[in-house]
Design a protein around this ligand. Structure first.
Ligand code: ZN
Length: 501
């Protein structure tokens, strides 16, 4: 270890500790804290956040970082240390570029605006949320402007915060291909899917039984209960303190069988990624997943590519039927598989099937691009949103609640985030394609042996954390960088087989 890096280490450990404390409060807030706690606990969280800021942005860190960025110093660093310095440079630049008073004003705005969004969504009143959205967008344009370099566009600065390998050029090419191939396929599939009776999914499913079966599924795919816990929250999510303490949540809906089952598989995918990160890098700046896109690739790999296959359910479907014999005894495995893969144009992203999901993301991406290119005003957004749904899905939302107001991301100032969901889905298909050449995945699934699949992902992707970026991982695993063709091929083959097209 270089002398300079040795000096930096304890400083980074300190900021990691503040960050961990903050995460723990976030977990507590969303799972067990009583309703009235928020206002008072916010004071504590504010102080911890402030200390975190100070532990990152100060003269000591600045001097050491500058020294470590020097070519000669770089030569002395290991690959992991280099990656940590790179992450620190990014975080430093991001935090330092914004004047503290603007950062505070923005934090205050988003803590109010997310509640305003929630109410506006409930009341179906975009006009109530619009003034806040305008202010958030103004801030984000300003913040992106501080960091824009060379011929990069402001929106690309925001995209880069979530996934550095995909800028507008790459995303445009990816989404153009999806639009050309998947939009027509969805229309074709939807016609055939109409005949699939999925009413069994919406019968009454005892919540206690759902909890038990979800826990079983988490363990089945490989969630390690010695390193992780499961709780309940309004929206399922994953949060890690380090690789030996990874927490996931689930939610249960009485008249929807699929919701909790696929949420738990999804979050378990995120959790296993974090649990498998190497002990040597956990609790460092590269001790989390490589990017949002890479993280989504792992959750979606388990949820969709594996979790919605016949082979996955074959060994455990009887157990599901025996858990709810009153609802499922007449539903064959084949019927169930068609049910969990039923595809049709729809309005709500979080409830979308695998085939239409990417189209929801494309619509948001195109609108965000228009916003940051100053091609649309906030007041025009509902109209633009509805036009795009009509164009790509052939349906128009009848309210803003099921249109422009459905997602929470913008109310937090998260612009540039949505593409990660689509990138993740496509990356998962590419990894699946090269894994199939290396191991008989279907045979493993048919006998309920997921260990070789999990070990492969651990040894080739998970353990490296954020030392490698998405394209570096793909190059290592598949021998080439990201290629959207795998995704299109995967969807076409899957749906053609399922629906006899
Ligand atoms: Zn996810």
């Amino acid at each position: 270890m270089s002398k300079t890096f040795e000096k930096l280490q304890p400083l980074l450990d300190k900021s990691m500790a503040f960050q961990t404390a903050r995460s723990l409060f976030e977990w507590d807030d969303q799972t067990t804290a009583p309703f009235e706690a928020a206002e008072y606990t916010a004071k504590v969280v504010g102080i911890i956040s402030d200390e975190y800021m100070k532990s990152m942005i100060n003269d000591d860190v600045r001097k050491l970082l500058k020294k470590l960025q020097d070519d000669k110093e770089q030569e002395e660093l290991t690959d992991t240390e280099k990656a940590i310095v790179k992450e620190l440079s990014k975080a430093y630049e991001q935090l330092e570029s914004i004047p503290p008073e603007e950062y505070r004003a923005f934090s205050e705005l988003t803590s109010v605006s997310s509640r305003k969004w929630s109410k506006a969504k409930k009341d179906n009143c975009f006009e109530d949320f619009a003034p806040y959205l305008k202010k958030i967008i103004d801030f984000k344009k300003k913040f992106a402007g501080y960091r824009v370099k060379g011929d990069k566009k402001p929106y690309e600065v925001l995209l880069g915060d979530y996934e550095e390998c995909f800028m507008i050029k790459e995303l445009d090419a990816f989404f153009d291909l999806v639009k050309a191939e998947i939009v027509p396929l969805l229309k074709e599939v939807a016609k055939k899917a109409e005949t699939i009776d999925k009413s069994y999914n919406y019968l009454n499913y005892d919540i206690e039984k759902q909890k038990e079966f979800s826990k079983y599924l988490a363990g089945y795919v490989g969630f390690d209960f010695n390193r992780g816990v499961i709780a309940e929250s309004a929206h399922p999510f994953t949060l890690q303190l380090h690789n030996h303490d990874v927490r996931i949540t689930n939610r249960f809906i009485e008249n929807n069988l699929e919701s909790a089952m696929f949420s738990i598989i999804h979050e378990s995918g995120h959790a296993m990624y974090e649990m498998n990160i190497d002990d040597a890098i956990t609790q460092t700046l590269v001790g989390g997943g490589a990017s949002m896109g890479m993280h989504e690739s792992q959750s979606r790999f388990f949820e969709n590519i594996i979790g919605r296959s016949n082979e996955f359910w074959a060994p455990i479907y009887d157990k599901l039927v025996n858990t709810y014999p009153e609802n499922l005894s007449n539903i064959t495995l084949d019927h169930f598989i068609k049910g969990i893969n039923k595809a049709a144009p729809n309005l709500i992203r979080t409830e979308a099937d695998e085939l239409s999901y990417c189209i929801h993301v494309i619509i948001r991406y195109e609108i965000e691009k228009m916003i940051f290119n100053d091609e649309v005003t906030v007041d025009e957004l509902p109209k633009v949103w509805n036009q795009k749904y009509q164009e790509y899905m052939g349906i128009t939302p009848s309210t803003d609640t099921e249109g422009i107001l459905q997602d929470t991301h913008w109310s937090w100032g998260e612009f540039g985030y949505f593409p990660s969901y689509a990138i993740g889905t496509a990356v998962a298909s590419q990894i699946f394609a090269c894994m199939q050449e290396k191991m008989p995945i279907d045979d493993y699934l048919k006998v309920g042996n997921l260990t070789p699949i999990r070990e492969y992902l651990r040894d080739n992707i998970h353990k490296f954390g954020a030392v490698r970026n998405t394209n570096e991982i793909l190059k290592q695993v598949c021998g080439e960088e990201f290629k959207a063709d795998y995704y299109v091929k995967y969807l076409k083959e899957k749906y053609k087989k399922l629906y006899d097209l």
